[in-house]
Design a protein around this ligand. Structure first.
Ligand SMILES: Cc1ncc(COP(=O)(O)O)c(C=O)c1O
Length: 379
């Protein structure tokens, strides 16, 4: 079956154009979870200035292979020494690099969770151990099962918050797991790609306590919160010997010069953070409430800038309801994420990003229309 997530992820306007018609640029994209306020104005300004001032040298010279200036800014942001940081070509590169650096035989993941954790293990033929966090568990993994997993594998990937559920692990649970990982010498890769969206994110982050956990690696993305997915930028925080091991496996200059400039400018624009949190504090409850009031679906109340929705009713015999709904909405110009391919979910699940008010209203209108059509086509 041809899918919009042919390459594994949302945000693929080009596949949407091929499958649905319409121009790639014309879709309103709720399938990738990108901050609609960004990129921060300072990033655009700084990139323009850097190109104008330096002109060709910025493009014709190699970027700093050590990302010194950006690492300095990140170290200052997180109050850790610079040699505790590795910068990467998006969180996606770092997810894979962690696997490459530590060569686990057995990898533990929660289902559902971001597909690149599983992909990194599958392509290396590693044994995969899973812990369920589906509907029957209230979309949260049981702590006892997580602890068992930490004891029985060499590397665990954990989303904090998890994607696509948007749920956070309580911080005391995360700390207990990290302690167990140290005892077991298990690598604990905590993916905090979306944690910047959480107002009191530091409470849920392992970064402020990273010094206590020599087997933990925290992975961060700068592409969601700062809306820079086209430029590719992420970083990892861990003890220096582990950072060294990760960097040994990294391709030289994997972080290009424009990305390094953009990252530093993004971190400097502190007002952007406040504006983003204000926007989300207004739009998340608005969209959640509107979706809760709609017949035929049930949202999972996550903590971040996207919502997992469970569609009620039986699956159509021809195709999963999520696929059908995605196509119907796509034909109306709105892209959503079909979650039927996530292990632990099925064809009743979709995920939508949270965007600006007008766009959210359009999402709701198109969703209502497509669901009404879907209902009619079933009778
Ligand atoms: C949970 C999670 N982690 C990491 C990533 C990778 O993000 P990027 O490579 O754009 O930084 C994504 C992208 O969708 C994600 O959802």
């Amino acid at each position: 079956m041809s899918r919009l997530e042919r390459f594994g992820h949302g945000g693929d306007r080009w596949t949407a154009e091929e499958m649905l018609g319409g121009r790639a640029d014309s879709f309103l994209d709720f399938s990738a979870n990108i901050n609609p306020l960004g990129p921060p104005p300072q990033v655009v300004r700084q990139l323009r200035e850097s190109l104008a001032e330096e002109g060709l040298p910025l493009l014709s010279r190699y970027p700093d292979p050590d990302c010194r200036s950006l690492r300095r800014a990140l170290a200052s942001r997180h109050q850790v020494p610079e040699d505790w940081i590795v910068v990467g070509n998006g969180g996606a590169e770092l997810i894979d690099l962690v696997n490459e650096a530590f060569q686990p035989r057995r990898v533990g993941i929660v289902t559902p969770s971001f597909s690149e954790y599983e992909a990194s293990a599958r392509k290396r033929g590693q044994t995969l151990i899973t812990v369920e966090a589906g509907e029957e568990r209230g979309y949260q993994p049981l702590e006892a099962e997580l602890v068992d997993m930490v004891r029985s594998v060499d590397l665990v990937y954990l989303g904090q918050p998890n994607n696509p559920t948007g749920l956070l692990l309580p911080s005391d649970q995360l700390v207990r797991l990290a302690e167990e990982a140290v005892r077991q010498n298990t690598v604990l890769a905590v993916d905090e790609a979306f944690l910047d969206f959480v107002a009191d994110g530091d409470r849920y982050s392992l970064i402020p306590r990273i010094g206590q956990f020599p087997t933990a690696v925290v992975l961060r993305s700068m592409t969601k919160f700062y809306a820079l997915p086209g430029i590719r930028l992420g970083y990892g925080v861990a003890a220096p010997d582990w950072i060294r091991r990760i960097r040994e496996k990294q391709v030289p200059w994997s972080v290009n010069g424009l990305a390094q400039i953009a990252g530093e400018a993004a971190l400097a624009d502190r007002s952007f953070e406040g504006k983003t949190r204000d926007w989300l504090a207004a739009e998340r409850p608005y969209l959640l409430e509107a979706l809760q009031e709609m017949d035929g679906l049930e949202p999972v109340s996550g903590a971040v800038n996207y919502l997992l929705l469970r569609l009620e009713g039986g699956a159509s015999s021809v195709e999963p309801p999520s696929v059908h709904l995605q196509r119907e909405m796509g034909k109306r110009g709105v892209l959503i994420r079909d979650c039927s391919t996530y292990p632990g979910l099925d064809g009743r699940y979709i995920r939508v990003a949270i965007r600006g008010r007008e766009e959210n209203e359009r999402l709701l209108a198109v969703l209502r229309e497509a669901m009404a059509d879907q209902g009619r086509s079933r009778v």
